[in-house]
Design a protein around this ligand. Structure first.
Ligand code: SAH
Length: 321
């Protein structure tokens, strides 16, 4: 009830679903070279003094949330030089085509499923670097946003491996932007809180003060929130957020499978269940979700009119001070 489903597509198809099924495989058995024929050659980089990858180094790099166009130029530079790319489940395999010279190793982990152990991944990076490889550790979004990039980087440093960090566009910002939701909007929020929906034990994070978050942050962006959304919504409502608070779930953004669902805090659990939504999804709670009614640029590009050019009911031009 109450779900408005507006799916939009962008980018090219991926086989993310297949990769998600393959998480049980160990690092070594998943190690493989992609077939070299028929690949798009890596696009040329603009002239610039790009950093050179040296043997024995590991670069931890964000791949952005999906659309390869959201890679940074530093990421493209790294992909062209790497001997080995170790990538996560959230990295679109299409991006690997930009590193046809490299060995591609899948190290996916999906919440709640058997997976490559974090420590094994980190130690594998150490091993590859010590073998003199130029190692690119590629992670979805930004490596330091709920990506355990800090832990991997720390392990590398502890083992004396030189590192470089390449930030990426996090799903909680870029995915929302593709859905037409500004993560901050002057009329709505002066703060935003990014939270994870589960902790190391797989439960709703006990260390989070949901009461403070609810009261202190007009907009809350939840990563990995699908599994515990009922408890999270209850905690926010108990802390005073309205049952009618707008919420958006942005699933698999921005890829061909992207979909955006709009609902409210009071009905989110039923709506997610009814729609059969599956991770990965970013959940955005707050009035900024309403801005999608005027900023859903993908629908507009497809010929639709904005649903409401003044969704916050300000009754004045947007730029009025
Ligand atoms: N480092 C990543 C986040 C990794 S945590 C980043 O900066 O984006 C994994 C969670 O991120 C997923 O459970 C989901 O909540 C979110 N996520 C990552 N990629 C996503 C995508 N393409 N679409 C929607 N949510 C995504």
């Amino acid at each position: 009830m109450g779900v408005l489903v507006i799916g939009r597509t962008i980018g090219r198809a991926s086989d993310a679903a297949n990769r998600q099924m393959a998480v049980v495989c160990s690092l070594s058995t998943r190690a493989r070279h992609l077939h070299k024929g028929g690949m798009t050659p890596p696009p040329p980089l603009p002239t610039h003094a790009w950093p050179q990858m040296e043997p024995g180094w590991v670069w931890l790099c964000g791949a952005g949330p999906g659309d390869p166009g959201l890679l940074t130029l530093h990421a493209a530079n790294a992909l062209r030089q790497a001997d080995v790319v170790i990538y996560d489940a959230l990295v679109q395999e299409q991006i690997l085509e930009w590193a046809p010279q490299a060995q591609h190793i899948y190290a996916g982990k999906r919440g709640g499923k058997p997976s490559a152990k974090q420590r094994d991944i980190s130690l594998h990076l150490v091993e590859l670097a010590r073998a003199g490889k130029k190692v690119l550790r590629l992670k979805g979004g930004d490596p330091f946003v709920f990506g355990r990039g800090g832990e991997e980087a720390q392990t590398l440093v502890q083992h004396g491996i030189p590192i470089r960090i390449i930030p990426g566009i996090s799903a909680g910002i870029g995915g929302l932007a593709y859905a037409g939701i500004p993560v901050t909007h002057r009329d709505v929020n002066q703060s935003v809180t990014f939270v994870t929906g589960h902790d190391q034990s797989g439960n709703t994070p006990g260390s989070l003060d949901w009461d403070s978050i609810s009261k202190g942050s007009q907009v809350i962006v939840i990563y990995m929130g699908m599994k515990h959304i009922a408890q999270i919504a209850d905690k926010l409502i108990d802390a005073g957020r309205s049952l009618h608070e707008p919420v958006a779930e942005v699933t698999t953004a921005p890829t061909d499978e992207q979909r955006v669902d709009e609902t409210t805090l009071g009905t989110i659990f039923e709506d997610i269940t009814e729609a059969g939504l599956a991770p990965p999804a970013i959940i955005c709670v707050g009035q900024s979700v309403l801005m999608r009614q005027v900023l859903d640029w993908q629908s507009m590009a497809a010929g639709e009119l904005p649903r409401n050019t003044d969704p916050l009911g300000r009754g004045r031009p947007a730029e009025t001070a």
